[in-house]
Ligand binder design. Structure first.
Ligand SMILES: *[C@@H]1O[C@H](CO)[C@@H](O)[C@H](O)[C@H]1NC(C)=O
Ligand SMILES: *[C@@H]1O[C@H](CO)[C@@H](O)[C@H](O)[C@H]1NC(C)=O
Length: 523
């Protein structure tokens, strides 16, 4: 009799418990869906959680489980624990600039949809073949600026969709032959700024989809024959600052698709002409900060598709020889900036370049430029700034060329009274042209007078010889005689003055044709 109510009471009590529990669970689910840690920004519509500089030490676990993107950069997170298993829909994870030291095996096993994983600027020193297990959709993996030393075989085997892998700025000194196994989709690989002593050719050769390889800032000293074997689709190769003093003749063999080569910041004593000649499709070449003294005739022999050449900061470069670009009729842009000893551009050095539109000769040692160096009027970008120019009448043509452009200053270094002044639009007498010299003025006056006397004498002679005919024809020839007189008068100007006039006329024609002046220093 007494048991039943007890039982029923217990029953109802447990019912109550159940309801309370359910309510609590529901409540907690609801809070979870909207829970957002301090310093974070959680958007349940876009499914993006952003916790930049939020002082986090762990990855938050109570976020909306449907989030697709989580930005956790610039925190103090030390470990990737099991947190990611709660977020199976993630497409993009950014853990850059944290204190990660290690990533436990299988941390990302639930991330079947993850496309981008950013781990830049942490302290990760070790990876195993299970670190990235399960990331079967990953296309971008950024491990730049970590403490990696050795890339062992099979590290990235799960990442069959990977297209971009950034391993730059680590301490990698060894890359095992099968380190990049199964990365058949890889298009971009950064291995720059590591401690490699040679091209890891066996590891690279299976990467037959690779389009860009950045492998500068290592300590190669030389590039051996066939070092890039197998990379038949490589379009961009960056070997900047790799300590190269020698490039073997067949170093670039097989790079049949290469269009952009960066070889700057090495110790090359000559332009590697024969080595480059195996790259017929090359369009962009960067060669600055090397130790050569000249760009010799035929230096870029065979590079008939070359469009852009940059040689900046070559400390020993003094001369660009005539014919330096004689095999490169497609050149559109030449940048020779900050070559502190570059004083000489031989006449004809830039001849035969009908497509040249950008000419940058900034911050070199040029004291003058020749008007016949290039078709100045055809250039869309021109920068001649920061050269120690001697501004005399020889450069008057340039003052006119510059005046026609919306240019930044090209400043004179000499003579003393013009130092620091802008050459642009400088008047002929300021530049010491034509009539400013009294002796020259006297000479011109004498010649002019003599011309007039001669003309008058001839006219008189003619007049007395054939009076009648002259009288009859005088009306018709009057105008022509006047124009001839003008011609005589013009001849009395110096050659400089004549060129100035021609250039001026050309300039006016350009203005009339509506050609807009182009800024000189658009970089
Ligand atoms: C992680 O996986 C690697 C490779 O399978 C294994 O050698 C290592 O012992 C694993 N680490 C841990 C902590 O289980
Ligand atoms: C560069 O290497 C080639 C062989 O690859 C060698 O013949 C040549 O002497 C080397 N030059 C220098 C300057 O080391």
């Amino acid at each position: 009799m007494f048991r039943l109510p007890w039982v029923s009471r217990r029953h109802s009590a447990s019912k109550l418990h159940l309801v309370m529990l359910l309510a609590a669970v529901l409540n907690s689910v609801e809070t979870a869906a909207t829970f957002c840690p301090n310093g974070c920004d959680c958007d349940d519509e876009t499914l993006v959680v952003s916790c930049v500089q939020a002082n986090l030490e762990v990855i938050p676990i109570a976020l909306n489980p449907s989030i697709q993107r989580i930005v956790l950069k610039e925190n103090r997170i030390k470990i990737v624990d099991a947190a990611f298993q709660f977020y199976g829909d993630l497409r993009n994870v950014d853990l850059s600039n944290n204190h990660l030291v290690t990533i436990p095996n299988n941390s990302f096993e639930a991330q079947k949809q993850l496309v981008e994983l950013h781990l830049k600027h942490n302290k990760i020193s070790a990876l195993t073949e299970r670190t990235f297990q399960g990331l079967k959709s990953l296309t971008v993996l950024n491990l730049r600026d970590n403490y990696l030393e050795i890339l062992k075989n099979g590290l990235f085997t799960s990442l069959t969709k990977l297209e971009e892998l950034d391993l730059g700025q680590n301490r990698i000194s060894r890359v095992d032959p099968e380190a990049f196994q199964r990365l058949g989709s890889l298009r971009v690989l950064y291995l720059d700024d590591n401690q490699l002593r040679g091209i890891p050719s066996p590891a690279l050769s299976p990467l037959n989809a690779l389009a860009e390889l950045h492998i500068g800032l290592n300590a190669f000293s030389s590039l051996p024959d066939d070092g890039f074997n197998g990379l038949s689709r490589l379009a961009v190769l960056d070997v900047t600052g790799a300590g190269l003093d020698n490039v073997s003749e067949g170093a670039f063999r097989g790079l049949n698709a290469l269009r952009n080569l960066k070889l700057g910041g090495n110790k090359l004593r000559e332009v590697p002409t024969r080595q480059l000649a195996t790259l017929p499709r090359l369009e962009d070449l960067t060669l600055g900060q090397n130790d050569f003294t000249a760009l010799r005739a035929g230096a870029f022999h065979g590079l008939s598709n070359l469009k852009r050449l940059e040689v900046c900061g070559a400390k020993l470069l003094t001369t660009v020889e005539r014919g330096a670009f004689n095999d490169n009729a497609n050149l559109e842009s030449i940048s020779l900036n900050s070559n502190k000893r570059l004083v000489s551009m031989e006449d004809g050095a830039l001849a035969g370049l009908p497509n040249l539109r950008h000419l940058m000769l900034r911050d070199n040692a040029f004291v003058t430029f020749s008007e016949s160096l290039v078709a100045w009027g055809e250039l869309r970008r021109l920068d001649l700034g920061e050269n120690p120019l001697v501004c005399d009448c020889e450069l008057h043509w340039l003052s006119e060329v510059l005046a026609a452009r919306n240019s930044t200053p090209v400043v004179c270094a000499e003579p003393q009274d013009l130092r620091g002044k802008s050459l642009k639009g400088m008047a002929p007498d300021e530049l010491g042209c034509a009539f400013s010299d009294p002796r020259r003025q006297a000479l011109v006056a004498t010649l002019g007078g003599a011309g007039l006397v001669l003309f008058a004498g001839l006219a008189l002679l003619l007049y007395y010889r054939c009076r009648r005919r002259v009288r009859d024809a005088l009306k018709d020839y009057k105008n022509r005689a006047i124009s001839r007189k003008e011609h005589e008068y013009q001849k009395t100007f110096s050659d400089d003055e004549y060129i100035v006039r021609a250039a001026h006329a050309q300039q006016q024609a350009q203005v009339a044709a509506g050609i807009k002046p182009i800024p000189v220093t658009e970089l």
